[in-house]
Write a protein that binds this ligand. Structure first.
Ligand code: ADE
Length: 240
C-alpha cells in the first residue's frame, strides 16, 4: 500500500485536498496513506523563520536548508518505523525535470514518496543536493510554491494504485495510455439545447463505436497535439 508524505509550509491546505474525493475515499478504505508535515515546526530560531535573504543579493527570499533537512529526517524515520524502505525523495521546483504520465507510472512503483515543497523564490541549493533523488517541475510556468505541484504529483501517482479507481480499466483506456487524447464523451439527455449525441453512440454496435472513438482520438490528437501525434505515428511505424 503506497504512502505519500508532503513537507510544506502549508500542510493543512495540502491535507485538505488529499482528504477529498477519490483519494480521500481511498485513504479511508486503507488503499493509500497520505501525511502532510509542517517544515516550520523544525526551525530552531525563536521567530520560527524559514527563509532569509539570498547570498549575493537579488530579490525574494530563500528557504533555509536546516528545517527542510530535519523535517525530511523525521519523515524518513516515521516511514521506516512502519517497516518500509527509505522513501523516494522528490523536490518540487520550477527548474526540475518536466513531469508526465510516464514519470507518474515510474513513481507509482515506489513503496513511498516524500514530496518537498519550496516557497518564496527558492530553496538553498545545498539541501536539494544533499536530499533530492530528483527534482520535478509540473510545467513551464512559475507557481508561488511547490504545494500545487506536489498535489498534482500525489494525485496522478495515487490514482494508479490498485483499487483507487473504480475500474482498473479506468486508467488504461484514458488519454496518454496509448499516447493519444481522449475521444469525446456524452451522457443524458440525447438532445441538449439543440445538440444531439453522435448517432453512432446510440446504435448499440460496439465494434462501430470503438472504431468511431479511435478515429476521434486520432483526429483530435492530430489537430490539438501535433507533438503527441508525431510520436504516436512514429511508434506505429516501429511496431510494423
Ligand atoms: N514551484 C514553482 N513552480 C513550480 C513548477 N512549475 N513545478 C514544480 N514546482 C514549482
Amino acid at each position: 500500500m503506497m504512502r505519500v508524505d508532503i513537507a510544506t509550509l502549508f500542510p493543512d491546505m495540502c491535507q485538505r485536498v488529499l482528504d477529498e474525493s477519490i483519494l480521500g475515499r481511498a485513504a479511508r478504505k486503507g488503499l493509500i496513506e497520505t501525511h502532510c508535515h509542517q517544515i516550520r515546526d523544525y526551525t530552531l530560531n525563536k521567530q520560527k523563520q524559514t527563509d532569509d535573504y539570498p547570498y549575493g543579493g537579488g530579490c525574494g527570499m530563500v528557504m533555509y536548508a536546516q528545517p527542510i533537512q530535519d523535517c525530511c529526517r523525521e519523515i524518513i524515520r516515521q516511514v521506516q518505523a512502519q517497516g518500509r524502505p527509505r522513501p523516494h525523495i522528490v523536490f518540487m521546483t520550477a527548474a526540475g525535470s518536466p513531469y508526465s504520465e510516464e514519470t507518474a507510472k515510474r513513481l507509482a512503483r515506489c513503496d513511498s514518496l516524500l514530496l518537498v515543497c519550496g516557497h518564496y523564490e527558492g530553496i538553498d541549493e545545498r539541501v536539494i543536493e544533499a536530499w533530492a533523488d530528483e527534482e520535478i517541475s509540473i510545467g513551464d510556468y512559475v507557481l508561488t510554491g511547490g504545494e500545487l505541484a506536489s498535489l498534482v504529483v500525489a494525485d496522478s501517482v495515487l490514482r494508479l494504485q490498485p483499487g483507487v479507481l473504480a475500474e482498473a480499466k479506468g486508467y488504461q483506456e484514458e488519454s496518454y495510455w496509448d499516447g493519444l487524447i481522449e475521444y469525446p464523451q456524452y451522457t443524458r439527455p440525447e438532445v441538449w439545447e439543440g445538440r444531439a449525441v453522435p448517432p453512432v453512440l446510440l446504435s448499440g454496435n460496439h465494434a462501430e463505436i470503438a472504431r468511431w472513438r479511435a478515429g476521434q482520438s486520432l483526429e483530435r490528437t492530430r489537430l490539438r497535439r501535433p507533438d503527441l501525434y508525431e510520436k504516436y505515428c512514429e511508434k506505429q511505424r516501429k511496431n510494423r
